[in-house]
Design a protein around this ligand. Structure first.
Ligand SMILES: [Zn+2]
Length: 411
């Protein structure tokens, strides 16, 4: 069995997100010792309460809406049901798949939550891809859509550009509905695959791959960069300090890593060079901290779309700006969560009922100040979110219309 945590961290699947393990695993029993009242035992000396022990309970009393089912059928455009069995230094090296959840357990949650379909982005390539398509898509038509991935394990082979372009065609024949690019490209893949200089996102060796996707009408789900706090020092000014402190390998500050700006600029050059290829930039273009920037790029590149996976924490802390963003780009925003069956270590993306209820609450209600993840301590930063209560028309598009169009399916 692959170690899921290791895999998710290794390939950077965890979209700049993670459980502040030190916080969430604090034993409850510490608060009550030998019958002494909690207040005596835990009473902090002034300034001496460790951040990891801090679990403030909100005293705010406001309306709480339960949203057990989405108002309209949902396509979750960003999930991970299958993953590579082998990865090294952030690069997947095997087409073989490990499965994180069975079709039956996925369908049970989907039916309860009014989810029509799940897009499994990490379907891999070659035999692994075929197997994943058979196990889910073909067995349950209309409920699962599997994407393929580049075969970086062949990167050093002569003629890789053509080989990778042809591989997309083959993947399409094998049932892949799109191409997934992990943040491997830009942050992990190197000239000698796991060593040497980093390969740039707009490296021309990938041009045939982008073009093949355009010709075959396969959308490219592309993860570029990460939360901008991951590119700044892990110090007392970092708003995601706890997360980074628990996962130092998620920091891209220093070393030979490009900056967030450089990564996004390289990504944009790909959009400009391949206007017939449709790109869905995952995690809200990975710049949901700066929706003005995302908007600017959406205006500039008509082939750019965004998903909201693992970013309601960001969107929900700026509800007024987000609502305007959804109004303006209602035809280009796709519902997505980054859900991973049994991904309990990363509560902001664990595939369960509670996660979907939070997303629905964010999109459908104007509830105030609630948790963006099913976790004791907010895992991506210590704040809470506000609902944006989208209109029915926008909800329909975000829940399924935009994804159905990208996938070329009807719902
Ligand atoms: Zn993901």
């Amino acid at each position: 069995m692959i170690n899921r945590r290791k895999w998710m961290q290794g390939i950077g699947l965890v979209a700049g997100a993670g459980l502040a393990a030190g916080c969430a695993t604090q034993p409850e029993s510490k608060t009550e010792v030998e019958g002494k009242p909690q207040s005596e035992e835990k009473k902090p000396k002034s300034g001496n309460l460790p951040l990891a022990d801090y679990e403030p309970k909100s005293m705010l009393q406001v309306h709480e809406t339960q949203v057990p089912r989405a108002k309209y059928p949902v396509i979750d455009f960003h999930t991970h049901i299958s993953v590579s069995t082998k990865s090294e230094k952030g690069v997947e090296l095997s087409p073989d798949r490990q499965y994180l959840g069975t079709d039956e357990e996925c369908l049970a949650v989907m039916d309860r939550k009014n989810m029509r379909a799940m897009v499994n982005l990490t379907g891999g390539y070659e035999g692994g891809l075929k197997e994943a398509v058979d196990k889910y898509d073909r067995k349950h038509p209309g409920r699962f859509y599997t994407f393929c991935e580049p075969s970086y394990s062949h990167f050093k082979e002569p003629n890789y550009p053509k080989l990778q372009g042809d591989a997309i065609e083959q993947a399409h024949k094998d049932g892949a509905r799109g191409l997934k690019i992990l943040k491997t490209l830009g942050l992990y893949l190197r000239e000698n695959i796991t060593s040497g200089t980093l390969v740039k996102i707009d490296d021309p060796r990938f041009d045939p791959m982008w073009d093949a996707c355009g010709q075959l009408k396969m959308p490219v789900a592309i993860h570029v960069s990460d939360p901008v706090a991951f590119f700044t020092p892990t110090d007392r000014f970092n708003e995601r300090y706890e997360e980074l402190n628990n996962h130092p390998d998620w920091s891209f500050h220093g070393a030979d890593f490009p900056s967030n700006d450089q990564l996004i600029a390289a990504r944009n050059r790909v959009f400009a060079k391949h206007p017939k290829t449709q790109f869905v930039t995952l995690h809200c273009g990975n710049f949901s901290e700066n929706l003005a920037n995302v908007s600017e790029n959406l205006d500039r590149y008509p082939n750019m779309h965004v998903d909201i996976a693992a970013r309601i924490g960001e969107l929900g802390r700026q509800p007024f700006t987000s609502k305007k963003f959804f109004d303006k780009y209602q035809d280009r925003i796709l519902f997505a969560t980054d859900a991973t069956p049994h991904g309990d270590e990363f509560p902001q993306q664990v595939f369960n009922d509670q996660l979907y209820e939070i997303y629905y609450r964010f999109l459908e209600t104007d509830d105030e100040y609630f948790d963006y993840a099913p976790a004791k301590v907010p895992p991506q930063g210590r704040w809470r979110i506000y609902g944006i209560k989208l209109s029915d028309q926008i909800l329909r598009k975000v829940y399924n219309g935009n994804a159905a169009r990208a996938l070329g399916v009807t719902i």
